[in-house]
Write a protein that binds this ligand. Structure first.
Ligand code: JD8
Length: 245
């Protein structure tokens, strides 16, 4: 983007993301596919920061042994404090919402994704090891809204993958990010529609390895197709996810 006119024509991003991590390369997938296209179009700004730039010792240490003993290491508070202060200066009246992936956080869902998609600025703090010194959350919360968010009840090694998941779920809710504006609303789990699983999808050829596409989908009868899909949604949900009914 070296053309100054093209730069001037670039729209302001609908959402700015700052991600702080000791593995910036882990976030490279953000530049692919739908999220990458949103960045190219200027709808989304994503800045990935290496936490080690805010270390002050020769070894660029980000972790230390836990007070009280126990296994593993804990992320030191000082680099995190400097990172927060530089990315979102305390004197700035505009503050991001801080999302900290954590197995003890509030469970991520379509509702949380929609809440985060409504914000102009999100900062993600990716922990590793046994997590981040707990005082960092309190320090950040004195200045900005902080959410600890969990993907689910299984153990990851750090917050990076959780950020990839959350950003993909958030970005597709931004107006104009998906090619088709309708498809975001109608997808499974948007909880806005009816909270059912989708009917199965088919494309050409109509016969493949002896298997036919359901005839109703080839009928051109849109009323009947809609009824068939609604019934399939109901049937599949009852079979696979009865908890949703
Ligand atoms: C952040 C460090 C690993 C956490 C010891 C090994 C989310 N659904 C989820 N499961 N796990 C995480 C998650 C795990 C993380 C970190 C998120 C930072 N770890 C640690 C404490 C116990 N393990 C997650 N979102």
């Amino acid at each position: 983007m070296s053309d100054p006119d093209a730069e001037a024509m670039r729209p302001h991003p609908q959402l700015t993301l700052d991600v702080i991590t000791i593995f910036p390369d882990y976030l490279a997938p953000l530049h692919e596919s739908l999220v990458g296209k949103a960045i190219e179009r200027g709808q989304l700004a994503a800045r990935i920061h290496d936490l080690r730039q805010w270390t002050d010792d020769i070894h660029h240490s980000v972790d230390d042994t836990p007070y009280g003993g126990g296994p593993g290491m804990v992320m030191k508070p000082e680099p995190w404090g400097r990172a927060l202060d530089e990315v979102a200066p305390a004197t700035n009246p505009t503050q991001p919402r801080l999302v900290i992936p954590s197995p003890s956080g509030r469970r991520f869902s379509a509702t949380v994704a929609a809440e985060l998609a409504a914000e102009p600025w999100l900062m993600f703090a990716c922990g590793r090891y046994e997590g981040i010194d707990a005082r960092v959350v309190d320090y950040a919360a004195s200045r900005m809204t902080v959410d600890e968010v969990s993907l689910g009840d299984y153990v990851l090694c750090g917050g990076e993958v959780a950020v990839l998941v959350m950003v993909e779920a958030i970005a597709r809710l931004l107006p104009g990010v998906l090619g088709n504006v309708l498809s975001a609303r109608e997808d499974s789990f948007t909880d806005s529609v009816d909270g059912l699983l989708e009917a199965p999808a088919y494309t050409k050829p109509a016969t493949w390895r002896g298997m036919e596409v359901p005839a109703v989908l080839l009928s051109g009868n849109h009323g009947e197709i809609a009824r068939w899909r609604a019934a399939e949604s109901q049937r599949r949900t009852a079979q696979r996810r009865p908890d949703l009914l």
